[in-house]
Design a binder for this molecule. Structure first.
Ligand code: FAD
Length: 290
């Protein structure tokens, strides 16, 4: 089922999780087992990231997504990036997804690696979305896009970035998932401005429960998310007590989600980091609020 239909049918906030595939064959079984434990929480769908680990890892994106869909019986979304794919390669990947029964993709440009020249068939995610929509054999595949409550790091400003997000919708994306953020006010401002820009598709808020100081430093470097004082105090207090930091990170995420639900958010997308403890504990805290 297309994710857009889940949004239409459910009539309340859609809950989704994100997992990442193994980088090597040796990691496949342990990630499949983590996914099985995460699937017990019965989210509306689970998405699987794509890209950083080369061709083998990208085959694992398909295989993990197929496992979610066919064995766990939960709707799956496979991510796909165009920075490292030609048009022909995108069609090959899509055929692989379709053969595996996967009906949803998150269409992304991908991050540009300064050491690897990008392939040039597509400049932006919206170009890939238009290209896919030219092929009627993929009409059964639902397409989602990414968006950035604090603006994408390459954009001049939030308004320019939102107008670029609008291009993804015009090209055929049916819903959006946000980059992680730790201050809900950025999300509310983004949502208001997106509406003014004519973006009327569901927007899921991407929430990452923090599990370690290194993780947060890496994420902030990559995506430039702001860290509110309340969040910094939490990290500073628990950075040397790993178990306490995980629980504090989950509590912070639950607090963010409670506020988002009160504001009528369309969807909550949890970056699980393949950690069943995080997924289960968070759902036990917010499950009844959805
Ligand atoms: P684009 O939409 O192409 O945007 C990139 C920049 O170009 C922005 O500054 C935008 O304002 C601008 N722009 C966009 N369209 C146009 C246009 N038509 N004309 C001019 N300027 C334009 N990365 C991975 O490698 N694998 C993953 O699995 C993955 N999953 C992700 C999941 C989510 C929910 C999110 C939010 C991000 C994910 N990423 C992933 C990261 C993503 O690839 C990067 O953020 C990347 O830098 C931008 O991707 P995009 O699809 O938003 O690009």
């Amino acid at each position: 089922m297309k994710i857009s239909e889940i949004f239409k049918n459910k009539g309340k906030t859609v809950l989704s999780f994100e997992v990442f595939p193994p980088k090597k064959t040796s990691g496949f079984e342990s990630i499949r087992s983590a996914v099985d434990q995460i699937a017990v929480c019965a989210p509306d769908y689970i998405s699987v990231t794509y890209g950083a680990g080369g061709n083998i890892a990208n085959t694992f994106t398909r295989d993990i997504a197929a496992h979610i869909k066919n064995d766990c019986k939960i709707e799956a979304m496979a991510h796909i990036t165009c920075v490292n794919n030609t048009k022909e390669e995108v069609l090959t990947v899509l055929d692989g997804f379709a053969d595996a029964g996967i009906e949803n993709i998150l269409a992304l440009r991908g991050d540009i690696n300064p050491d690897v020249p990008p392939k040039t068939d597509f400049k932006h995610a919206s170009d890939m979305i238009s290209f896919i929509r030219e092929h009627s054999k993929y009409d059964h595949i639902g397409i989602s896009g990414a968006c950035y409550p604090e603006g994408h790091t390459e954009a001049q400003n939030l308004t320019e970035d939102i107008l670029n997000v609008r291009k993804k919708i015009d090209a055929g994306a049916e819903e959006l998932i946000t980059q992680l953020f730790f201050d809900n006010e950025f999300f509310y401002e983004f949502r208001d401005k997106a509406k003014l820009a004519g973006i009327n598709v569901p927007i899921s808020a991407g929430i990452m429960p923090v599990t370690s100081k290194t993780q947060i430093e890496r994420m902030v470097t990559m995506c430039g998310a702001s860290l509110p004082q309340k969040f910094v105090r939490m990290i500073t207090k628990y950075e040397h007590r790993p178990d306490a930091l995980v629980d504090a990170g989950i509590a912070y995420a639950a607090d963010q989600i409670t506020d988002l639900l009160a504001s009528g958010v369309d969807g909550i997308h949890i970056y699980t980091m393949n950690n069943p403890y995080i997924a289960r504990k968070l759902v036990s805290m917010i499950g009844k609020l959805l």
